[in-house]
Structure formats: C-alpha cells, structure tokens
Ligand binder design. Structure first.
Ligand code: FAD
Length: 334
C-alpha cells in the first residue's frame, strides 16, 4: 500500500506520512478492516484538529468518515439524535439550531468531528458535551466487539474521558447520541465574555441562534483560523492549583485571574502563565504563540511537527521554572 501524506488531515498543517491510511464510512468497514489488520497498533483519526504528528506514522491510520444524522426518539419536550462519528461538529450545531433543538449552541465553531467530541469532552463558553451526551457506540480494536457507553460509563472530566485515557486508540467511536431540548431551552449565558457580548449588543432574551452567533463572533476574534494559520486550539489544559499556591502567585502578580472550582481548588489560565513567560515575543523555527491568545501554538508556515513539539516543551519548562506548575497537554501528541 502507498504511503499517504497526513498534511491535509491535521490542522497544524505539518507533513507526516502514514505507512497505511484507510478511510471508513460504516461500522461494517471498520470490522472488515480490523479483520485484515489483527493485533496491529492503530491511530484513529477524525478531522485532525487536536493532534500533533511529531514523526511519520509506522502503523495504520484509520480515518472515521461515518455520516448520518437521525432522530431516534422524541416527545413534546426532548429529542434524541443519533449522529455518525464522521459528521462535522459545527455543521451539527447549526442543524440543531435550524431545528430549534437546544443544548449545544454554546459549542458552536469548535472544529472537528462528532465522534471525536466525547474524547476530550469538548467544552466552551460554559458548556461541555457531557451535559447532553446520552451514549456513544463503537468497536473495540482488540476483539471487534461492539459496546454502547452510557454517559456515566464515559468518565467525563475537564477535557478528558475514558476514551482519552484507558481506551485511547483502543475503542473506535462510530456513533454519538445526544439528548436535546425542544422547548424551555436552558440558555446558558454565564460565561463572562458571552454575557458581556450579549449586554453590549442589547440581546436581553437570547435565542439559541443568538447564542451561537454571539459565540462564533467572540471566537473568531480570539482564535486564528487553522485553515490559514496552522494550530490545534488550546495546546495545554488550564491548570488547577490550591489556595496557598494561588496566594503565592497573587503576591507577585496581582493581575492573576482565578475561578474557584470548589474544595479550595482554583483554575487559572494557562494562556496567562505562558504570556508571563514572555512567549508572545518568542518565535523559533517557524513556531510561535498566537498574538491574541498565548495558549494557542501556531505554525507560521513551514514548521515541522517536531519543531512545534520542542517549542511546546520549552513553554512547559519555562512555566515550571517560573511558577512551579506543570502544564498538561490538551493536544494529542503522536
Ligand atoms: C481553532 C481551534 C479551536 C478549538 N477550540 C476548542 C474548544 O473551544 N473546545 C474544545 O474542547 N476543543 C477545541 N479544539 C480542539 C478540537 O477541535 C476538538 O478536540 C475536537 O473534538 C477534535 O476533533 P477531531 O475530529 O479533529 O479529532 P482528531 O484531532 O482527529 O482526534 C483527536 C483525538 O481523538 C481520537 N479520535 C478521533 N476520532 C475518534 C473516534 N471516532 N473514536 C475514537 N477516537 C477518536 C484521536 O485518536 C485523537 O486522540 C479546537 C481546535 C482548533 C483547531
């Protein structure tokens, strides 16, 4: 089989080759593929917007292109929709808004596929997919058995799930079922920049569409378009620290912003930490951070995957040295 360039299949736009590359558009095709590739290590690929290839991939890459959106149950109040893993997430959000189905409007404009969304429990502007996910169906790579994970089985947490931890590259999600509202939508405007945007634009009783349009506009100012400037969104997770650490940093940096997440734990901005380490002024081998958001590492054109990785590790080391905080990657490093 001919090796395939993965450049069109990753939002960093780095060049790497897959020894073997297969696109599948049904669960049956996955089962056939697993039959022929027994006990081989695999890389499961969606739209490649949360992945960094450091090197060529010497094992098969299976790209999930399963399509289809179907209403599988509904009553007066709610609807259950079953969506193929290869559907585009943002298009799904707009399909829901057109149908007046509520629950994922705050998650508009997040790139990537529907089947990848549960992997890191995508979240933005006060919502996460775990808030509406009913179940995920898929196939175990090891023995081709099929399993449906209910919401509780997915072990969702901040930017993680069982699929990103114990089952990484071991379970292929083929289908995702969401439970959405048809009436009395729970409109969530709590996220501060969204609240402010709505206020400034005199939107007092926002509809689902108002929320999606507002979030889209806010996002487009903050984040680079990966089709023009290679990136994978936030490179690191926002760290959680304790009260004494918060006090310690606050003494030297009074502009520190934190969110109390309970039990004397505080979430602080990884982007802020990176900015304080002066990375907005550091460019190396065609890699830098984005001018409006230091948490986003960008490919200035010809960076190699390994250059992006090395730059990210320099950030990690600087933050560790300056603040004694260890950043954890959100992007999947391959
Ligand atoms: C500009 C930009 C903004 C972003 N903003 C956000 C944001 O606000 N919030 C957020 O949470 N994320 C954000 N992201 C990250 C990214 O969009 C999400 O993580 C998205 O869900 C990734 O989807 P993908 O199809 O591209 O996944 P990929 O990058 O293809 O894969 C991601 C991981 O999931 C695994 N995987 C993919 N598909 C499957 C499957 N069917 N079964 C099992 N494993 C699978 C892969 O092996 C890999 O480990 C952003 C990215 C970009 C580029």
């Amino acid at each position: 089989m001919k090796k395939t360039s993965l450049k069109p299949f990753n939002s960093f736009g780095v060049d790497a080759y897959a020894k073997k590359f297969v696109s599948v558009n049904s669960e049956k095709q996955i089962l056939d593929f697993l039959d022929l590739n027994k006990s081989e290590k695999l890389l499961i690929l969606g739209a490649g917007t949360n992945i960094l290839f450091r090197n060529n991939i010497q094992y098969p890459v299976i790209k999930i292109d399963i399509k289809g959106i179907e209403i599988i149950n509904e009553d007066d109040k709610e609807v259950l929709i079953s969506v193929g893993a290869g559907e585009n997430w943002n298009e799904l959000v707009w399909w829901c808004i057109d149908n007046d189905f509520g629950g994922i409007e705050n998650l508009v404009s997040i790139p990537g596929n529907v089947g990848s969304a549960p992997i890191q429990n995508i979240g933005a502007y006060g919502k996460e997919i775990k808030d509406v996910l009913e179940s995920c169906r898929g196939v175990f790579v090891e023995n081709s058995s099929i399993k449906i994970f209910n919401n509780d089985d997915c072990n969702f947490s901040y930017r993680s799930s069982v699929f990103k931890e114990d089952l990484k590259n071991k379970f292929i999600i083929t289908n995702v079922t969401l439970r959405l509202s048809k009436i009395h939508h729970k409109i969530n405007t709590e996220y501060s920049s969204l609240k402010q945007f709505l206020k400034e634009n005199h939107i007092n009783k926002p509809t689902l569409k108002n929320i999606a349009e507002s979030v889209s506009k806010i996002r487009s100012k903050k984040l680079p378009d990966y089709k023009k400037t290679g990136n994978a969104g936030s490179f690191f997770k926002n760290p959680t620290i304790g009260k004494s650490k918060l006090k310690e940093i606050g003494l030297s940096f009074p502009d520190l912003v934190s969110y109390n997440i309970g039990k004397s734990k505080y979430k602080i901005s990884a982007g802020w930490l990176i900015e304080k380490c002066d990375f907005k002024k550091k460019e190396e081998k065609n890699v830098s951070v984005y001018k409006n958001q230091a948490l986003v590492i960008i490919n200035l054109g010809k960076a190699k995957g390994i250059d992006i990785y090395n730059y990210s590790q320099k950030i990690k080391e600087s933050v560790r040295k300056k603040f004694d905080i260890l950043l954890e990657e959100e992007v999947n490093i391959i």
